[in-house]
Design a protein around this ligand. Structure first.
Ligand code: FES
Length: 123
């Protein structure tokens, strides 16, 4: 039921971990399934130079975090903000209908990490 790309990212998650001195942090949870996702970003000259995450969740949630981290790394903040749940799901070769909410977590956690960075660096 999962695409080979999903299984690859689940079995070999990219960029997993924590950035202790992150410039931005975002965390979301889904109250229905109980899954949680946290993203950490480092930003230099408006570009996401490093990104890591911790995900406690299903196969799709872990694959989504991994692909979103790959999509965001090296992007400007403006480009990274455009990474949608749809784009993440498409990059994974699609997700089963009942797993589409898992892709929301990735897009939302990244957006919150960017918002956190922007709040701290307003001037
Ligand atoms: S089942 Fe909820 S994030 Fe996957």
């Amino acid at each position: 039921m999962y695409s080979p790309i999903v299984m690859d990212h689940f079995n070999n998650p990219r960029n997993i971990g924590v950035i202790e001195d992150a410039d931005g942090f975002g965390e979301v949870g889904n109250p229905v399934c109980g899954d949680m996702m946290s993203f950490y970003i480092k930003v230099q000259d408006n570009v996401i130079t490093d990104i890591k995450y911790q995900t406690f969740g299903c196969v799709a949630a872990i694959a989504v975090s991994s692909i979103v981290s790959e999509m965001a790394k090296g992007k400007t903040l403006e480009e990274a903000k455009k990474i949608s749940k749809k784009a993440a799901a498409e990059a994974l070769g699609g997700l089963p209908q009942n797993k589409m909410h898992c892709s929301n977590l990735g897009a939302e956690a990244l957006a919150l990490a960017i918002a956190d960075y922007e709040r701290k660096h307003q001037n």
